[in-house]
Design a protein around this ligand. Structure first.
Ligand SMILES: Cc1ncc(COP(=O)(O)O)c(C=O)c1O
Length: 439
């Protein structure tokens, strides 16, 4: 057995993976044209350039309307506002997601309520949502996480039964479809992010999609400083801010949308190969396939660290650090259970809605979603999507590195105290610490 790189051995891989984001010469030419046009802004909403792009994006996701916005967090915020969610309303969100899913609700004066996720998909567990519903619940925000979908048929049935608005967080699900319905087109409003790590990006940016003219009009008003929508059939007057996206971003996204189908299909093919390879490796588990997904989409590839009970094994964070030292970019603590995250400091002192008008103050320190916590702190391992768009050999390297480490857990466990420094910090967190040192 070859010596682990974290203990001084040769790494499985030295070659970098495919760089991200991807662009083509035609993107540069398009951006130059936009610069020369002197129409850089996002006004009117949508601009003539954005209008065509929105139609294409809406068609891909199977929605009637799409509207560009400043980023994915804003997309969720304006979706909640346009759907009428306001002060003191409860919004059910998964505990295992990016903080923005929940902080968007806080920004709207609403109270995020955490439900747990399903251990096989890491997406909202519909039974946990059912238990979280109170008379104050107005909306639910399923997140289609990394490479899986929330079981939308049962969630939509529950939402209909209890009269809940459904805002889909599709920050990870560009181009994906569940039971032949595009991500974001199944609930009331779908929200996308075009932040730099996403599978379509303009550095930053977001998109809201919907099949309801009423929602579309409200979204236009909220995104465009409160101005009446272009059609204004419903005459909704709402407070709006400037959440518009620029045409420079639209120009980049046009190229991204052209590349998406091929890249999405490639990721799906590579991910299937990877699952196959991982299935033969001890101490890890590929997430089971989800047959309802008819067009798979991979923002990241997640598998589970499952050391055999009773045998010596290091903590998940050290397992991940060892794979990373083999030359494979990966992360364990990619997301926290949001209510434990150091970015989620919501208390009645800064969010009055957690106390005002409630019989019981919302105290997030009392939250406990065991599946989310296990995923965040003990079990999940995340590979990045750019590892799935290169050569087939890249996928074999991912599996080789996992196998090399997963078959030497005893060796790693013996070293555990000596390597304690690498524990308990995710890749993003480590990067923050490193950056701070150079500041
Ligand atoms: C699940 C999820 N929701 C929302 C967001 C927010 O998107 P943005 O970073 O564009 O504001 C992200 C982005 O990281 C995300 O991953």
């Amino acid at each position: 057995m070859s010596k682990l790189a974290i203990l001084g051995g040769d790494p499985v891989r030295r070659k970098p993976f495919t760089p991200w984001p991807q662009y083509r010469e035609s993107d540069i030419a398009r951006i130059v044209k936009i610069v020369e046009s002197r129409h850089w802004g996002g006004y009117p909403l949508p601009t003539p350039l954005a209008k065509g792009f929105c139609e294409d994006f809406a068609a891909l996701q199977g929605a009637k309307y799409a509207l560009p916005v400043a980023n994915g967090t804003v997309a969720i915020t304006v979706a909640l506002q346009a759907a009428g969610i306001g002060f003191g309303d409860e919004v059910i969100v998964p505990a295992y997601t990016w903080d923005g899913t929940a902080t968007a609700a806080l920004a709207m004066g609403a109270v995020p309520v955490f439900a747990d996720v399903d251990p096989n998909t890491y997406c909202l567990d519909v039974e946990s949502v059912r238990k979280a519903i109170t008379p104050r619940t107005k909306a639910v925000v399923p997140v289609h996480l990394a490479m899986r979908f929330t079981e939308m048929d049962s969630l939509l049935a529950l939402a209909e039964e209890r009269g809940l608005i459904v805002i889909e967080d599709c920050a990870h699900a560009h181009g994906g479809a569940y039971q032949s319905q595009g991500a974001g087109s199944m609930g009331d409003i779908g929200c996308f992010s075009f932040q730099e790590s996403k599978t379509m990006t303009a550095g930053e940016g977001g998109m809201v999609i919907t099949n309801e003219l009423k929602h579309y009009e409200a979204l236009q008003t909220v995104v465009n400083c409160g101005r009446a929508s272009l059609t204004d059939q419903f005459g909704q007057r709402l407070i709006g801010l400037n959440y518009r996206m620029t045409d420079l971003q639209i120009g980049l996204l046009m190229g991204q949308l052209e590349m998406l189908p091929d890249l999405r299909a490639k990721r799906a093919e590579r991910a299937a190969q990877l699952s196959e390879l991982l299935s033969a490796i001890p101490n890890v588990r590929a997430l089971p396939a989800q047959p309802a997904i008819t067009r798979p989409t991979h923002y990241c590839y997640i598998f589970q660290y499952r050391p055999e009970p009773g045998k010596p094994a290091p903590h998940r964070d050290l397992f991940v650090a060892a794979i990373e030292k083999e030359g494979i970019p990966c992360d364990g603590r990619f997301y926290e259970a949001v209510y434990k995250s150091d970015l989620f400091y919501a208390t009645p002192a800064n969010c009055a809605q957690l106390a005002l008008g409630r019989d019981e103050v919302m105290d997030y320190s009392k939250c406990h979603c065991p599946v989310s916590e296990r995923a965040a702190y003990d079990e999940s391992v995340w590979f990045f999507q750019f590892c799935l768009i290169g050569e087939e050999e890249d996928v074999r390297d991912l599996a080789r590195a996992v196998e090399k480490v997963a078959t030497q857990l005893d060796v790693l466990a013996r070293q555990d105290p000596a390597l304690a420094g690498v524990k308990a910090m995710g890749r993003a967190q480590r990067a923050r610490v490193e950056r701070a040192k150079n500041y």
